[in-house]
Every structure is written in structure tokens, then in C-alpha cells.
Design a protein around this ligand. Structure first.
Ligand code: C2E
Ligand code: MG
Ligand code: MG
Ligand code: MG
Length: 293
């Protein structure tokens, strides 16, 4: 019976599905050449502190501009890179590039910032991750506190014992750890106290309707409270409106990131954004700067 169903299953393999899987196959193949061909690059999105309205960090976000297909979303190609293992060399390149960029910004006089880098579960599972990261920090002369690794709940929950050990290693070296998309995974809250986590990143799905949905308000508030009670900070992602910002500020959320301040930017635009902001700060009284950022 099962066999028959299997044989007949071509009926359910629609032309749309066929097209989708050919695209995935083609993308997966093209991705192998993307790094050597220079098709990958990073953009940087500012992270703003709500304590002093300063830009205190950047999140590095990977971009792929394919010569034929144009921009391919990381939501589409990161899972492919995870499936075929390419995320390992690509992820190392991301770390190196982001740390070099931070070094260059510091050398050109920008104030100290943290560079947030996304780490996939596959990367996190690599033996020698801690040494690889430490080596890149040394090579680039970025202090460990300048790096914040963004992990998802899936990373933490896959093999909790191994994860706990690794997080401890990283955090003992001074590297900061943040849980990305917090609240969207299937994890037990008990890991929050066992793991060495510095920050919870409130997922944008809870931020989006904060102005209209009391449930999302309650969730955002609860995340800030649990983080603070356990000695962690919070950052909200996907902040697009002043209304969302006001709510998060009133709840004591520590940092924000989103289109309300800036989209992810190429390096020179990011640098200009920070400089413009610093200038405004030097020229204007504090209350005017608050309105600025
Ligand atoms: P993420 O780490 O949760 O990143 C946040 C995503 O939200 C980014 O999408 C960012 O561009 C977008 N975003 C920022 N502000 C706003 C806003 O105000 N409104 C809306 N609607 N979106 C906003 P992006 O760049 O397309 O990246 C998607 C995901 O791909 C990331 O989610 C992350 O999981 C993954 N990713 C990106 N770069 C890397 C990387 O270097 N390594 C790994 N492993 N994953 C990456
Ligand atoms: Mg941060
Ligand atoms: Mg992230
Ligand atoms: Mg996220």
C-alpha cells in the first residue's frame, strides 16, 4: 500500500513544486562558487541603546548578489548553505569580514561598538569553534567584548550539554552571546539560567503589532522582565515605528534595531550614519539628540 502511494505520489508533485526544487538545486550549486567569485558581501544594521540613544553596535547581515538571479535572500540561501555544509566556510568568512570591518572603523576613529554576527547551528556544532573565533579576534585586534554571537534557541536545544559547554568556553574568553528570534523556538526556559547568555533578542514577530495587539505587548514586556531578572539585557528587532519604540522604551528594553533607525547598510554608509549621529550629538543639547536617533 505504502509502495503504491509512493509510486503515485508524482500526482502531488506539482509544477510549482518542481520549479521550486529546481531553483533550490540551482541555488545550492551556485552557492559553491559564490564566495570565490566575490558574490557575497555584508551589510551592517545599527543597534541603538535606549539608555543614551547612542549607536552601540552593528549586526552583520550576509548578502548574495548573483550575476543572473540578482539578490537572493539569506532566508532562502542560508538553509541551503546549512544543508550542504557551505555555511562553515561562509560563516568563517562572515566572522572574519565583520571583525576586519569593526577594526577598520575603530582605526578610523569610530567609538567602540559591538559587532553582532549570526551563527548557525551547524557552525556552532563545529569542533574548534572557540579557537577559530579567538584566532580571528587576535588576527583582527578586536577585543572579545567587541564580538556578540547571535545564536538561535535551536542551537541551544539540540544538544543542551554540549551547547552549555561551548557557551561557557566562548563566554569565558569574553565573547558576548545573544539569543536571536527569542520566543519563537521550542525551548525550555531552564536553559536561560544554565547557559552563559548576555542578551535576549525579542523577535520581530512580537514587535510588529505592539501598537495594536495586547498579547504582543505582554510578551515583549515579559521578555524584558525575565531577561533583567536573570541578569541579561534585551534588544528588540524589527522596530519600524515611533510607537513601537516608545512602548519598548517604557518597558525598559535596553536596545533596539530596525528600519525606524536604519536599514542594513553597506560599510561606508554605516560609517557615515555613525559620524552624522556623533556630530549631531556634539552640536546639539542632549534632548535634541534624543529626537535625532
Ligand atoms: P535575523 O538575524 O533575525 O536578522 C533580522 C532580519 O530582519 C534581517 O533580515 C534584517 O534585514 C531584517 N530587518 C531588520 N530591521 C527590520 C525591520 O525594521 N523590519 C523588517 N521587516 N525587517 C527588518 P535578512 O538580512 O534578510 O536576514 C534574514 C535572516 O538570515 C537573519 O535573521 C539570519 O537568521 C539569517 N542570516 C543573515 N546573515 C547571516 C549570516 O551571516 N549567517 C547566518 N548563519 N545567518 C544569517
Ligand atoms: Mg548588543
Ligand atoms: Mg540576527
Ligand atoms: Mg532575528
Amino acid at each position: 500500500r505504502v509502495k503504491e502511494e509512493g509510486r503515485n505520489s508524482y500526482r502531488f508533485f506539482t509544477p510549482e513544486m518542481q520549479a521550486h526544487s529546481s531553483r533550490m538545486l540551482a541555488l545550492g550549486n551556485a552557492l559553491k562558487q559564490a564566495l570565490p567569485r566575490g558574490e557575497l558581501y555584508l551589510e551592517y544594521q545599527p543597534q541603538v541603546s535606549l539608555h543614551d540613544d547612542c549607536i552601540i553596535g552593528a549586526e552583520a547581515l550576509l548578502r548574495w548578489n548573483h550575476p543572473q538571479w540578482g539578490m537572493v535572500s539569506p532566508a532562502e540561501f542560508i538553509p541551503l548553505a546549512e544543508a550542504n555544509g557551505l555555511i562553515v566556510p561562509i560563516g568563517e568568512w562572515v566572522l572574519q569580514t565583520a571583525l576586519r570591518q569593526l577594526r577598520a572603523w575603530l582605526d578610523s576613529g569610530l567609538p567602540m561598538m559591538t559587532m553582532a554576527v549570526n551563527l548557525s547551528a551547524v557552525q556552532f556544532g563545529q569542533p574548534g569553534l572557540t579557537d577559530m573565533v579567538s584566532q580571528l579576534l587576535q588576527q583582527t585586534g578586536v577585543p572579545p567584548e567587541g564580538l556578540e554571537l547571535e545564536l538561535t534557541e535551536a542551537v541551544a536545544m539540540k544538544t543542551p550539554e554540549v551547547a552549555a559547554q561551548k557557551m561557557q568556553e566562548l563566554s569565558q574568553r569574553g565573547i558576548r552571546l545573544s539569543i536571536d528570534d527569542f520566543g519563537t523556538g521550542y525551548s525550555s526556559l531552564s536553559y536561560l539560567k544554565r547557559f552563559h547568555i548576555n542578551q535576549l533578542k525579542i523577535d520581530q514577530s512580537f514587535v510588529r503589532d505592539i501598537g495594536t495587539d495586547p498579547d504582543d505587548q505582554a510578551i515583549a514586556t515579559a521578555i524584558v522582565q525575565i531577561a533583567h531578572s536573570l541578569g541579561m539585557t534585551t534588544i528588540a528587532e524589527g522596530v519600524e515605528t515611533a510607537e513601537q519604540l516608545d512602548y519598548l522604551r517604557a518597558q525598559g528594553c535596553d536596545q533596539v534595531q530596525g528600519y525606524h533607525f536604519s536599514r542594513p547598510l553597506p560599510p561606508d554608509h554605516f560609517e557615515a550614519f555613525v559620524r552624522t549621529n556623533l556630530q549631531a550629538r556634539q552640536q546639539a543639547p542632549a534632548h535634541a539628540v534624543q529626537a535625532e536617533v
